[in-house]
Design a protein around this ligand. Sequence first.
Ligand code: SF4
Length: 469
Amino acid sequence: MADEFPFEISPMFEGERIRKDGMYVELAGPKSKGFELVRAADINDIEDDKFTLIGPDLSDMEEGSRHPIAMIYKIAGELVETDLESIVERRNHEFQNYIQGLMHLNQRDDVWLRLGTDAVNKGLTSFEYIAKAIMMLFKNELPFIEKVEAIYITDIQEVEKELDSAKEVYKARDERTRNLHDEDVDTFYGCTLCASFAPTNVCVVTPDRISLCGAINWFDGRAAAKVDPEGPQFAIPKGELIDSESGEYSGVNEAAKRLSSGEYDRIKLHSFFEYPHTSCGCFEVVGFYIPEVDGIGWIDRDFAGTAPNGLQFSTMAGQTGGGKQVAGFLGVGINYFRSPKFIQSDGGWNRVVWMPKILKEKILNDIPEDIRDKIATEEETSDIESLKNFLSEKEHPIVVRWNEEEEENDVQETPSPQQQGYEAPQMMQMPSNFMPSIPMGSSGGSAGMKIILKNAKVSIEKIIIKKDE
Ligand code: SF4
């Protein structure tokens, strides 16, 4: 069947990157508009395998140009229900990446596609090939889909018109979990769709924690596990509650061990610093610890500027992704900001000090009222110094922590490292104030002194730990 297409289709092309110099055309992405949407429909209203294009086709597009794109699929079948829409939609990302020469990033209205020049030279000159390949994969891989139809739009006016309705659909899906919480259910859901590029990633979707890609909520996970229990979305029995504050459950820990092949055996669902959820690479937002203010900043994909720490989203995303638990960084879906359990074991909103203006506006009503105007954006702060001043002026709750820490440091008689039971810091046990300190006299045990580095930038290439002879 794949022979009908002027390209190869295989999971081995997942992860293929199309750079600017090898790109024929860019579709949607941060400098244009677009979205992907799957809708469940009545079986009688669908003409199976039909493709409609509204706007210019690939053959009408100039090399090196950029265009908007909307990809709408209608699906039908006896088992198809609205809850399955997100699951199928997420597979558009996966299946488009199976196509040699096509790169698909992100999800929903954040999609970003690039088509390689080589692919066009080999004959990929129409969107119809792509849509037909995806429809074929949908039906082959998701047997509950009996009929499917695709509508691609590349005309900007039409894309904008449809984008508003797509956003309404996304919003309605996200709203569904508002009144359901982790303690109300016995089962969470796991997803392994990103395992191909982040093999140790353990995605756990709960009522209070949407997936990091933002595309799959608890209802979606449940619907997918019901129709295809052996598929990439599956049930994770919660097991025993170990700690309600951080959201640690024995069932999640068991799943973490199994899915990460033993790399991780603990996940605290609502923790930022200690045993946090792993981050694959599809996250909508990256959280980053700012040690100078002991607070947490958040940066999203759409923000092209730099955070107060001088880094951009892409740099921090590179640091965060790969399916690891990374101390000081955490990938989340935007809807997690709306969770009443949002990083609750690390202070929740009282720990949040910075986020881009557009992201803040998007979730403004979900930020507790008393902290809303105390969270800085790029408009008020450009670096750590201006961030500190802003937080002090606004009397952000984090300032109380600074004062407490200072008092502690002033009055504390510093014991020797051995008296403190000093251990080399471990990745997942970052102290909450993360003030680097250097214990002195570790071999003699008599120095009783430590140096605290404040506002220091420390770069370490290699740490060698040797046993004292
Ligand atoms: S981020 Fe998680 S939930 Fe989303 S597709 Fe990847 S593995 Fe699945």
